[in-house]
Design a protein around this ligand. Structure first.
Ligand SMILES: NC(=O)c1ccc[n+]([C@@H]2O[C@H](COP(=O)([O-])OP(=O)(O)OC[C@H]3O[C@@H](n4cnc5c(N)ncnc54)[C@H](OP(=O)(O)O)[C@@H]3O)[C@@H](O)[C@H]2O)c1
Length: 242
């Protein structure tokens, strides 16, 4: 029986847990950060909350006699990915990253890339007056000083500081093309701001259709030396081969 720790918090992690459920050779525990109220729970065992850094995670791996780790966290969750790489090395446990591909520009897109949210905030005033912010609840503070009229959509209510003029929508995707089109139109959005999260994103197609620019924050670099696969199916094959 191979004990597997699946670092989760994404749809891909839930899909992988579902693929592995019922596999007699694997005992899978998904770990959640524990910050989202009423999270969508995966199949299999679930634990919640931080480990206490890379050292705490290495200790957890040893104590639970873990045989493999899959880091299926969000591409922007850089800290836990770094901890996973260091802890797996310390504990001598094989690690695989499950990372959905980033987005690719298509004909008709007007994309501008930013290295991080600070650079996105610096570039934004030249691109529009009514931005639609979809960079996540933790990232609104970077835009707080800008005198623009924001619409911000987050999964959980964002902590202060917020921009002085900011309409808030709390919602969890997936969103429809019709819904995104209506949102851009009704709020007279003239620029979309997003992170390169990857996965389905009707907002990008709606922005293309409305010919509005999209400001995209690049992914942080993944930890070096960790093998990565793009799909839950490929991660399941890697685990079953062990
Ligand atoms: N960042 C995003 O845009 C985003 C979007 C969608 C979902 N998520 C999910 O939300 C979670 C938190 O994201 P984040 O950006 O705050 O992460 P982060 O900055 O990389 O991690 C911060 C700390 O949270 C704890 N942590 C994070 N993910 C964990 C997990 N799966 N299990 C146990 N502890 C975890 C760790 O605490 P300790 O050091 O104490 O172990 C980590 O040091 C992740 O699981 C991620 O997959 C993130």
């Amino acid at each position: 029986m191979l004990r597997v720790l699946l670092l989760g918090g994404t749809g891909e992690a839930r899909a992988l847990a579902a693929l592995l459920a019922g596999d007699a050779g694997l005992d899978v525990t998904t770990s959640l950060a524990g910050r989202t109220p009423r999270p969508q729970l995966p199949a299999g065992h679930v634990r919640s909350g931080g480990f206490g850094g890379a050292e705490g995670l290495a200790r957890w791996l040893r104590e639970h006699r873990t045989g493999a780790v899959v880091d299926a966290t969000h591409p922007f969750a850089a800290r836990i990915s770094d901890h996973a790489a260091r802890a797996a090395r310390t504990a001598g446990v094989p690690l695989l990253a499950l990372r959905r591909p980033g987005w690719a520009e298509q004909p008709g897109d007007r994309w501008q890339w930013a290295a991080d949210t600070a650079e996105a905030a610096a570039l934004l005033p030249a691109l529009g007056r009514r931005p639609f912010l979809t960079t996540g609840a933790g990232e609104l503070a970077a835009f707080a000083a800008l005198p623009l009229h924001f619409l911000a959509r987050t999964v959980t209510p964002p902590p202060p500081p917020l921009p002085a003029r900011c309409d808030l929508i709390t919602a969890r995707g997936p969103f429809t093309h019709e819904g995104e089109r209506a949102l851009l139109r009704d709020h007279r959005i003239d620029v979309l701001v997003t992170k390169d999260s990857g996965g389905p994103a009707a907002k990008l197609a709606a922005a293309r259709e409305a010919a509005i620019p999209v400001l995209i924050v690049r992914r942080p670099p993944p930890p070096p030396g960790v093998p990565a696969v793009p799909t839950p199916e490929a991660a399941a094959r890697w685990l079953r081969a062990r």
